[in-house]
Design a protein around this ligand. Structure first.
Ligand SMILES: C[S@@+](CC[C@H](N)C(=O)[O-])C[C@H]1O[C@@H](n2cnc3c(N)ncnc32)[C@H](O)[C@@H]1O
Length: 331
């Protein structure tokens, strides 16, 4: 097999790409894009607005122009349309929460060597960590899911289902989209008690509080009570080791009525575990943040589902920005 060889220039670009990452994170953290809004502002004005030193702020603004996130007209800075849409808090399409979540991961990624050698995590689990970090994690998941749900939800036929369990559903974004797409459906979002305020606020915002409820619990410790006819497990297996995943899937299967659908959505590796790129890198992220979590292959997930008694296992073809995939079975 011939593998394409990287040039020194490409290797250097790969090595230094974190400078761009840090400039973007800083601009989002200091809320530069919101400060500019739909104005044309000088570096002085922006520095005053974000309470920064002109020497630093102007340099950041010029770098953001070079990165094609801002435009410079004479000595004034302007948001480009994509920055205005995705990076200004005034926009409903703001994705700054997930960018701040990435920012919180950086410290641990800079110590990846330690984690690789010890096989142990460097940071606390995002679901259990400090309040501000938990908020950017949960609302970051909301940002991600808001972009993904319109692509994924139409691929899954729930038109004859009545009660969906959204296990580890976070703010309930997928439950919301499944209910919007299926007028007969109601849903229960099961997540840690600390997630309740985010979920209830989000569900209320979409005016679905009469069809979606929140159940507080711990899927590692608690029984999953109920008789659902579909269950959606999105991005929860990668946080746990194989034994805990099997346990979660077994519990889910026993909370489903006969003929119930169990649907796993996650970053799925190919069966040789060496790609696609995002799931392979995401598995390193789980090494840094969990004691046993990892990305799983299609074969591994199907085997867990089959052990729990699920049949008719199939992969639903998807094309998503982060190579996430969906596997469905019937219990
Ligand atoms: C990566 S997020 C996925 C959120 C959502 N399913 C999605 O795909 O956008 C993982 C979710 O699982 C929840 N979670 C983690 N451990 C849990 C546990 N032991 N019991 C219940 N929920 C848990 C977290 O609070 C978080 O909302």
């Amino acid at each position: 097999m011939t593998t394409r060889q990287a040039s020194p220039g490409e290797l250097l670009e790969l090595s230094g790409v974190f400078w761009k990452t840090c400039a973007l994170h800083t601009a989002v953290k200091l809320d530069v894009f919101t400060a500019i809004g739909d104005d044309q502002l000088t570096a002085d004005q922006i520095a005053r607005s974000i309470k920064g030193a002109k020497r630093g702020v102007e340099r950041l603004l010029n770098a953001l122009v070079a990165m094609e996130l801002l435009e410079k007209i004479d000595d004034r800075f302007v948001n480009l349309p994509s920055s205005q849409t995705f990076l200004s808090k005034a926009s409903p399409k703001y994705i700054g929460h997930i960018i701040l979540h990435h920012h919180h991961l950086m410290e641990s990624w800079s110590q990846l060597d330690e984690s690789v050698l010890s096989g142990q995590p460097i940071r606390a689990r995002s679901s259990f960590g400090k309040k501000a970090w938990r908020e950017s994690f949960l609302m970051g998941m909301f940002n991600m899911a808001m972009n993904m749900a319109p692509l994924l939800v139409p691929l899954i036929d729930l038109s004859d289902r009545h009660h969906l369990l959204d296990l580890g559903g976070g703010p309930g974004t997928y439950a919301i989209h499944f209910c919007q797409n299926n007028s007969q459906l109601r849903a229960t979002v099961f997540d840690l008690a600390s997630t309740r305020p985010f979920a209830e606020k989000t569900i209320e915002k979409f005016q679905l509080s009469d069809r979606i409820d929140f159940m507080a619990g711990n899927y590692l410790e608690d029984e999953l009570k109920g008789s659902y006819d579909a269950a959606w497990l999105s991005h929860i297996l990668h946080g746990e080791g194989p034994e805990a995943c099997q346990n979660i899937i077994n519990k889910t299967a026993s909370a489903l009525i006969s003929g119930g659908l169990i649907i796993v959505h996650d970053f799925i590796l190919n069966n040789t575990m060496d790609g696609p790129l995002f799931p392979a890198l995401f598995s390193l992220n789980m090494l840094l943040g969990t004691s046993a979590g990892q990305a799983y292959s299609e074969e591994q997930i199907m085997s867990m589902l089959s052990t729990a008694g699920a049949k008719d296992l199939r992969r639903i073809p998807t094309k998503t920005p982060n190579d996430s995939g969906i596997i469905v079975g019937v219990v």
